[in-house]
Ligand binder design. Structure first.
Ligand code: COA
Length: 188
């Protein structure tokens, strides 16, 4: 039998990565909302990573972003920079999660975060999804958009699907907030 030949591949030099390559953005530049494209993944990655390094959200790998790109929206300014991102991920027939919500640090407080959440909610309604929730440390922001704080136990176990991979698993500080997009049968 022929011996399996072991081939030695040359090691690839990893390019030195700058820790924070978020580009400067022009504050007044007009912004357009659209669904994300694969070519947006690097910009989405760095935006989320910027806030994840500050402990405000969960970092997302490139692999996760490519696999879930159809969940994402982006806000693009007129210079072509991605200044915000957010996603709606369907978990079950009556539950969706708002994920990956991040606005560029130089474009905070301009209503962009609210725009992204409303876009995710509109998509949820179009899909017939009655309820959305988020894990967050920005409870005041979500409250202002009609979300209520809920307990982990009030949500189905599926909402913990990503917790196993989370570095804060043991010391999770995130709070669950939920919003019904249609009146609940019980409320009618
Ligand atoms: C949270 C975040 C998405 C908000 O985006 P933003 O574009 O700065 O917020 P907006 O300008 O759309 O704010 C909408 C409203 O929420 C209020 N708001 C914003 N952040 C708030 C906060 N942390 N607490 C309380 N209220 C807040 C605003 O004052 C505004 O109120 P108004 O309608 O009365 O004027 C943004 O600050 C961000 O990227 N944070 C870092 C990442 C993060 O924490 N993501 C959330 C993960 S779930």
């Amino acid at each position: 039998m022929k011996e399996l030949e072991l081939k030695v591949f040359p090691q690839r030099e990893e390019p030195a990565r700058e820790m924070n390559p978020l580009p400067e953005v022009r504050r007044g530049a007009g912004v357009e909302l659209r669904k994300a494209r694969l070519s947006d993944v690097d910009a989405i990655y760095w935006l989320i990573r910027y806030w994840a390094e500050k402990g405000l959200m969960l970092v997302r790998s490139h692999s996760h972003l490519y696999e879930n790109i159809r969940d994402f929206f982006v806000l693009e300014d007129e210079d072509g920079q991605i200044v915000g991102t957010g996603a709606l991920h369907v978990l079950w027939r009556d539950l969706g999660e708002i994920r990956g919500l991040a606005v560029h640090p130089q474009r905070q407080g301009e209503g962009l975060g609210r725009w992204l959440v409303l876009a995710a909610e509109r998509e949820a309604r179009d899909l017939g999804l009655p309820r959305v929730f988020a894990w967050t440390l920005q409870v005041g922001f979500f409250r202002g958009l009609g979300y209520q704080v809920t307990t982990r136990e009030a949500l189905p176990p599926k909402v913990w699907s990503e917790c196993n991979a989370c570095p804060f698993y043991e010391n999770c500080r995130e709070i669950a907030v939920v919003k019904w997009l249609y009146p609940r049968e019980a409320d009618l």
